[in-house]
Design a binder for this molecule. Sequence first.
Ligand code: AR6
Length: 173
Amino acid sequence: MNDNIIIKTGDITKENVCAIVNAANSSLLGGGGVDGAIHRAGGPDILEACRKVRQEQYPDGLPTGEAVATTGGKLPARYVIHTVGPVYRSCGERCASLLSASYENSLRKAVELGCRDIAFPAISTGIYGYPKEEAARIAYETVRKFLAEGHDLKVSFIFHSEEGKKVFEKAIV
Ligand code: AR6
């Protein structure tokens, strides 16, 4: 196991890291799941920043696999990196590459921001229905490859439940 990868249970909104990743939707205007929790805990500055990103950069919404950063508002994290994972029932042959792109673009954004740590939720595995084992392998492999490029970044995978963490750990061995 890579020393710069941490796997644990918890609430991502409480992570004291430079950037946490939000499993958003392309509207960037909030939703349920981890997205709802991040906006609730982080306060209105995040939504305001998301509105600005929509207006100035993505009037048609953030495409699947892309990532953008905003303030972390009231969160302990300095930044929220919003990414849109694929919806499993409609991503077809592109599911794996789109999910991998969500992780990779978020990692690149964190490095661009000068971050040395980042925390991820299990993107797409809730409302978007991505099978957890398959998503775990893609997430882990993408992070492992990225770190192998030599980036100085500590990456945490945060699971809302012990069960989610176990599935991930089992899938990546
Ligand atoms: N901390 C860590 N993980 C969490 C938390 C939390 N506070 N809350 C939920 N999770 P989901 P998706 C886990 O559904 O599948 C939203 O409406 C959760 O248990 O949040 O990418 C967006 O606006 C699951 O394992 O994201 C989009 O419309 C994981 O986070 C849509 O949902 C991801 O579940 C995105 O769906």
